[in-house]
Design a binder for this molecule. Structure first.
Ligand SMILES: [Fe+2]
Ligand SMILES: [Fe+2]
Length: 372
């Protein structure tokens, strides 16, 4: 089924064409892959999974409250607009927000797939090409999952946010092979991961929780890859080259912080853009959200060696400087554990149901025999 009719407003042309520059690279050296990267490649192969079977798509979702969002965490809550909304309108608003948010996840996953494929093409080393090929597949599965969720459970899509699109475009147009890593693996994925984590840890609904938990299990590998590859490469760059990368990070961070907050949704509810901006700016929830949003990026940027003065100042200005010391490895290990625990719980519940069914059948058989 075409999703064109499910877009809340037209996404413009059906195709977005980005003229890419830079070289495709082949390596004839098949024997000297880095052990850590090859181990990650192996893990990428071992941990493939199928959304069609691992996710319980029969779970129902209420489109008017898909995540179980409490009123207080809605940006409009506490404003005069909120008081004017009927219960029906509030349900509509929650549906639009979830659609907007998951649509950005979806478009971002497509971007991640394209960037991962681009890394396969442009990165010089074969071990990184191998690994990135598994990530390309991971991102395809993620895009498949989010689009299914939006189609089947929400029934509504939002077009890609202008600023997310701009960052994706900048990332892809750049000829330097490390830029898809920096723009996609570090910035966009870092933000996405933080947003996924917040929903995973707060939603009361089992289906979105499953989706985010399993997607995050894969993303832990993606972040590890970006860190490994860039840490090695950035060690060889000159100061001037490093400063250029830092500028890109600073600009990207401000852009994402200021522009990725769903004003499109409020505009669709008749609130003028300027006022929508003020409302979200004053939302207490947004302040909390923003800080958390950087929890995955800052330690990663520091870890790969981009920690010049200007960047440190920018992070101090954003109020996220101290996040540089948080333990990224621990966060990633937790993401993987949570997915395994969820599997174990679900498996145990299924097992218990099966055992109960068998026990009931035996009891029934025994009763029938006793009667006969
Ligand atoms: Fe992904
Ligand atoms: Fe990813």
């Amino acid at each position: 089924m075409s999703t064109r009719d499910l877009y809340v407003q037209g996404p413009g042309d059906a195709l977005w064409t980005v003229p890419a520059t830079g070289s495709a690279r082949f390596s004839w050296e098949y024997g000297d892959g880095r052990e850590r990267l090859l181990a990650l490649y192996q893990k990428g192969k071992d941990k493939q999974w199928d959304a069609a079977t691992r996710i319980d798509w029969d779970l129902e979702v209420d489109p008017r409250n898909p995540l179980g969002t409490p009123d207080e965490s809605m940006a409009l809550y506490g404003t005069r607009y909120w008081d004017k909304l009927t219960e029906q309108d509030r349900g509509d608003l929650r549906r639009h927000y979830t659609s907007w948010q998951f649509s950005q996840f979806l478009h971002g996953e497509q971007g991640a797939m394209v960037c991962a494929a681009r890394i396969v093409e442009s990165v010089p080393d074969l071990d990184a090409k191998f690994y990135s090929a598994t990530q390309t597949m991971d991102e395809a599965r993620h895009a498949e999952i989010y689009s299914r969720f939006l189609q089947d459970k929400i029934g509504m899509f939002y077009p890609v946010n202008d600023n997310l699109q701009a960052l994706l475009g900048d990332t892809l147009r750049d000829a330097r092979w490390d830029m898809p890593y920096l723009g996609m693996q570090v910035l966009i994925e870092g933000l996405a991961l933080a947003a996924f984590g917040m929903i995973r840890d707060t939603t009361t609904e089992p289906l979105p929780r499953q989706i985010l938990t399993y997607v995050m299990q894969d993303e832990a590998r993606h972040v590890a890859f970006g860190r490994m590859a860039l840490r090695d490469y950035y060690r060889q760059l000159t100061d001037a080259e490093l400063r250029e990368r830092e500028e890109f990070v600073i600009e990207g961070c401000y852009l994402m912080r200021d522009r990725l907050r769903g004003l499109e949704v409020l505009e669709n509810f008749g609130i003028p853009r300027q006022e929508a901006a003020e409302i979200t700016e004053n939302s207490e929830f947004l302040h909390l959200f923003r800080k958390l949003l950087f929890s995955r990026i800052v330690p990663c940027v520091k870890d790969i060696g981009l920690w010049g003065e200007r960047l440190q100042r920018a992070y101090a200005d954003l109020g996220v400087y101290e996040l540089g010391d948080s333990n990224l490895d621990l966060l990633m290990a937790q993401d993987e554990e949570l997915a395994e625990e969820l599997d174990a719980q679900r498996f145990a519940a299924e097992e218990a149901a099966r055992t109960a069914e068998v026990a009931a059948a035996i009891a029934q058989g025994a009763a029938a025999e006793g009667a006969g």
